[in-house]
Ligand binder design. Sequence first.
Ligand code: NDP
Ligand code: 2IT
Length: 453
Amino acid sequence: MASVHDRKVDFSTFMQGVEERNPGQTEFVQAVHEVARDVYGFIEDKDEYHEAQILRRLAEPDRIVSFRVCWEDDDNNVRVERGWRVQNNNAIGPYKGGIRFHPSVTESVLKFLAFEQTFKNSLTGLPLGGGKGGSNFDPKGKSDREVMRFCQSFMTELHRYIGPSVDVPAGDMGVGSREIGYLFGQYKRITNRWEGVLTGKDTEFGGSQMRPEATGYGAVEFLQNMLEHADDGIDGKSIVISGAGNVALHAAEKACSLGGKVLTLSDSDGFVHDPDGIDADKIAWVKKLKNERRGRIGEYVEEYPDATYHSGDMPWQVECDIAMPCATQNEICEDDARALLDNGCMAVVEGANMPTTFDAVQILQDAKILYGPGKAANAGGVAVSGLEMSQNAEGISWKHDRLDNMLAELMTDIHEKCVEYGARDDGPVNYVRGANIAGFKKVADAMLAFGVM
Ligand code: NDP
Ligand code: 2IT
């Protein structure tokens, strides 16, 4: 009989298999590659993980549901979009992860996000499995009623596959408070059940205090932990932020409150650069622009004429101490990473999921600057979602300050886990390795306990 040593596949054979089984799914392969590289080092001398094929199983979603979403626009045209829910792994808790509405959504994008989410959710220390869903529907330029009809149709399909102890979606790109309201309303209408099946709800109907702020605030708290660990701090640092959505604006708000100077915000049309700093009042103005008027970031320069607008560009050429990508995947490429380093950037902390390409990550890591990967740095959002689930299950709502403190503690715990597995003698903590190994170990040990399935 072959021994486990004979059955062990090496890293490159493993990755070759992932590529062959997922043709054309570049984002998914990229996410698996980044995790597997570190996990392979960790499990090298641990036969039990090889024997049980843990990594191979984690890189194969438990299931993927895909469905047609049909809706009518304001001109009575019948429109057809695609919808998915990827349930990656529920070893440590019900599937949990956001829903994304964006024209760039594909099965590959949702598989990468669900895979990442599995490790991120494990890092929070809460009982949350990993999932992600979404549609190629573009809410931009649609009326409220069009968004409502789309959300209702999406939930009419999705409700069969979710539930408070089965799978609990939340928001992500293109899905904020408005969309969660429409989705939750339709779930309640179809099932006749009021239950905590979605997080990110408004506080009037079971939402948690601090959930809107949690991802951006948490990312800055993670940055603060990283800087303190390196005997430094945020006060006086210049910060370049991409995006102008939920994560970017709350990251900007928290960074300002800690004495950071935020220089940029962006959307998919371009970025604004305000050398005087985008302070709390200006951020409040952008929040209104985005959430109420659904405007574009370029309008900032009409309100604040000392700022400049750079159409079609990303902000990575702007000189800064710290960069926080908070928009989308693969928004920092190799040239951007080099430009950041040339301009003296000393830390990159990811509010978005996988915003840095594989090669750009390598450049930043080789330069030994502080680099906080999304699965650790942006875990505050899903962590407070986990707290929303607890509050819904108990039928209570905790106060703002309590949740604010719990978020800060959760981010400190995640930082400590990264240090535990990522500390090295010849440079700053390798937060990528730390996050990957700590995230993997908890899920893997639970899977071992369940046997072969
Ligand atoms: P939002 O939809 O609120 O904002 C997204 C922002 O990114 C918008 O300003 C959008 O501009 C911009 N953007 C989108 N695509 C591009 C692009 N190709 N180039 C440049 N800018 C782009 O989403 P969130 O803030 O919620 O999410 C941002 C990131 O954070 C995503 O990666 C998400 O997965 C991640 N994340 C979100 C969490 C949450 O709780 N919301 C939790 C953890 C991670 P435009 O308006 O032009 O589309
Ligand atoms: O990427 C993410 O962590 C999210 N979009 C939040 C998921 C959640 O369930 O709160």
